[in-house]
Ligand binder design. Structure first.
Ligand SMILES: O=P(O)(O)OC[C@H]1O[C@](O)(CO)[C@@H](O)[C@@H]1O
Length: 366
């Protein structure tokens, strides 16, 4: 079969863990059925990625997804897409965004807090990082665990009164407690979704397990020289090569009340479709951000998704079943990651008897 014929079937992706300076991954190991599950420094799974991770001591192609064919060696996803971008991604998508997915999906599990950080918005990315994409992201909480008796939480958005001068002073003195205290802290539970726009300071706390959808870059400006898990960072890892003043400019100094922060950035899910065999819950829509959308599918019987003229990415969180398309059937279970090419046509998800298939369905920008 020629490789671009693959654009007419769902593509299974290989497991793809990526190094980060925070600890975690135990829940991902269990989910992925890996032997000897444990926390370490590979606490992110990157899904349908055509992007290489920005890490010190880079490993070539780290972060880039590979497609698992029925037989033979796995193939890098970008190579496959490059063969027939319009079939894999959709003609309108390619016209608008070029021959790349324009979105990145991750699953994270932390046992240490992530470093206090910010990502660029598009204007900042264009001006300072020579990138068409910033790194607005959204988190859908899947679960988590208490770490040392502390329930999962996230830090998000400046409190009122945090000006650039205040923040710079805290940063220069490396007053980490002061910086943590400058952000709102929200306990999180499974099912919640948060939008984290470029410019908004944040850090997921320890014990958070979530699905992330984001613009496809790996720009993280960090303000802690030594991370909560003991990792010591270079200046470059903090400011990403743009220097500390610009790093500080990347933050949006807009202190909001706790209630306003939640109103803006904690999203309220809506049921988009309820069918006899399953339902679709909209977690994040194009009204929330133009950059991506995310749905959660719960299937206890059969649920058809009509043909779309663009690709999508599906991750099975729980349950087992099969995915049918015109031309075949693929068994799926927890941790299955699928790239659904634009040319795949309609698909039907079918749960195994007694199972509920729980699938996160991620969509690229319009
Ligand atoms: O500073 P760290 O620990 O590398 O965190 C970066 C990670 O944080 C996130 O932005 C989530 O907040 C991930 O997309 C990213 O990989």
């Amino acid at each position: 079969m020629r490789q671009h014929d693959w654009a007419h079937q769902p593509l299974r992706l290989q497991m793809n863990r990526v190094r980060r300076p925070f600890r975690g991954g135990l829940l991902l190991d269990r989910w992925q059925g890996r032997p000897d599950p444990r926390d370490d420094f590979q606490a992110e799974e990157w899904v349908a990625s055509t992007l290489a991770a920005r890490n010190p001591q880079p490993i070539p192609e780290e972060g880039v997804s590979r497609v698992l064919p029925a037989e033979g060696p796995a193939l890098p996803l970008p190579e496959l897409i490059g063969e027939a971008p319009e079939l894999f991604l959709g003609a309108a998508h390619v016209r608008k965004h070029g021959p790349q997915p324009a979105v990145l999906v991750k699953v994270l599990d932390s046992c240490s807090r992530l470093m206090l950080q910010v990502h660029p918005d598009r204007d900042f990315a264009r001006a300072e990082l020579n990138s068409a994409f910033g790194k607005t992201e959204a988190w859908h909480i899947l679960g988590g665990r208490a770490i040392d008796g502390v329930e999962p939480y996230v830090l998000l958005g400046f409190k009122p009164g945090i000006t650039r001068a205040v923040w710079q002073d805290l940063f220069e003195r490396q007053d980490v407690e002061g910086m943590v205290d400058a952000l709102h802290r929200f306990p999180v539970k499974a099912g919640q979704t948060f939008l984290v726009e470029g410019g908004v300071p944040h850090a997921a706390g320890p014990g958070c397990c979530f699905m992330e959808i984001q613009e496809p870059t790996d720009f993280t400006m960090r303000v802690e020289r030594i991370g909560p898990s003991g990792a010591r960072l270079s200046d470059e890892q903090l400011h990403q090569g743009i220097g500390f003043q610009k790093m500080l400019d990347c933050f949006r100094y807009e202190g909001l009340s706790e209630a306003e922060t939640l109103r803006r950035w904690r999203l309220v899910p809506e049921i988009a479709r309820c069918a006899p065999g399953g339902r679709i819950r909209q977690l994040l829509t194009y009204q929330d951000t133009p950059f991506f959308a995310m749905n959660r599918l719960e299937i206890w019987g059969r649920l058809e998704l009509p043909a779309e003229e663009r690709f999508s990415v599906a991750v099975v969180w729980q349950g087992s079943g099969v995915l049918h398309w015109h031309g075949g059937t693929l068994p799926v279970g927890p941790a299955a990651e699928l790239f659904l090419p634009a040319a795949v046509g309609p698909v039907v998800w079918e749960a195994d008897p007694g199972q509920t298939l729980d699938v996160i369905h991620c969509l690229p920008p319009l």
